[in-house]
Write a protein that binds this ligand. Structure first.
Ligand SMILES: [Zn+2]
Length: 342
């Protein structure tokens, strides 16, 4: 399917979702714009003509980012799409590629500097690549290096003699050359920005699944503010849960117990060339005070046995579908009749 068609389909699904909510709530009396939908990040309203608007059209957004295996699943406005892309989406990619490299996982790569006594503290630029089969390839080319330092570095190899009499491995005996060096671990990651990009992925997944029912919930205001202003510390505490939930919970779920952790739990995989990372992020639920979830995660889970008491309900994943327009408000009913009573 081409992008234009895909945009039109998404526009229709989410505009119908909004129309249903509007027609069945107090909004019907005081919302005077036509058939359309909102950008889930800035909450600007768009009608169909805006799909082609030159200045700020609705755009297909890959969520999670395409570089981490995501698909084009929602519409956000061009401004939000590119702002977040520049400010935060790259951060999570950088962070995961660094983790891959630090663990020398197959298909990972480290750009670094090698140091030894010959390099005068300057270092030679080098690239370490770990191949599919685990082999290390080290590339120190002259193009990226000062030729003098480059030469000195290679001249610093030492000759070593291993007597075959005392060697366990006869192939390693005799004369050999050795280059000794150290290198810095990569650490370009801005952890704070990387974590906000996880929050954004989770928020947009919740929107994709639940539509405007979720983002008109006032508890989600702080999430949008944090995504729009990644440089500010609006949410101080962790929003992730460091527990490996089973694969059948991938998607949007509800933590029902313990009461203090009641929240929407979004679980997703991010895929690099080397590995797959399962991430679990909490978002506020629908009850009053649920936006305080982030003040509690750290306290409860740091007590050690917090996970034993976690109960996750998969109602949203198994029962809820944005296209099932008649069932739009069922989640609120489920929340009030079941989740709040837990
Ligand atoms: Zn926007």
């Amino acid at each position: 399917m081409n992008n234009k068609k895909r945009k039109e389909i998404l526009f229709k699904i989410y505009s119908e979702n909004f129309k249903f909510i509007k027609d069945n709530s107090s909004l019907k009396d005081n919302f005077d714009k036509g058939f359309g939908c909102f950008c889930p990040i800035c909450l600007d309203f768009f009608v169909k003509e805006d799909l082609e608007d030159k200045i700020n059209p609705l755009t297909l957004e890959h969520n999670p980012p395409q570089s981490l295996g995501g698909k084009s699943s929602i519409l956000t406005c061009k401004k939000c799409n590119s702002d977040a892309g520049h400010k935060i989406d790259n951060e999570i990619l950088t962070a995961l590629l660094e983790i891959d490299a630090l663990h020398f996982k197959p298909n990972s790569e480290i750009k670094t500097q090698f140091y030894n006594e010959s390099t005068d503290g300057k270092g030679v630029n080098a690239k370490i690549k770990i191949e599919e089969d685990g082999k290390f390839l080290i590339n120190i080319d002259t193009k990226n290096n000062n030729p003098k330092i480059h030469k000195k570095f290679f001249d610093s190899e030492v000759q070593e003699y291993n007597s075959p009499l005392f060697s366990n491995d006869i192939s390693k005996s005799g004369w050999s050359k050795k280059l000794n060096f150290t290198f810095d671990k990569p650490n370009k990651t801005n952890e704070r920005l990387a974590s906000i990009s996880l929050l954004k992925i989770a928020y947009l997944m919740a929107f994709e699944k639940l539509g405007y029912l979720y983002i008109f919930n006032k508890n989600t205001e702080i999430i949008r503010e944090q995504i729009k202003h990644p440089e500010k510390e609006i949410i101080k505490n962790p929003f992730w849960i460091t527990y490996q939930f089973p694969d059948n919970l991938l998607g949007v779920n509800i933590i029902t117990k313990p009461r203090e952790l009641r929240s929407i739990l979004v679980i997703f995989n991010l895929k690099t060339k080397s590995d797959s990372y399962k991430i679990s992020i909490c978002l506020p639920g629908f009850s009053e005070g649920d936006e305080k979830i982030y003040e509690k995660i750290k306290d409860i889970l740091c007590q050690g046995n917090g996970f034993q008491n976690i109960e996750v309900n998969n109602y949203i994943n198994s029962e809820y579908n944005i296209k099932d327009i008649e069932k739009t408000f069922r989640l609120v009913q489920f929340w009030e009749s079941f989740v709040e009573k837990q």
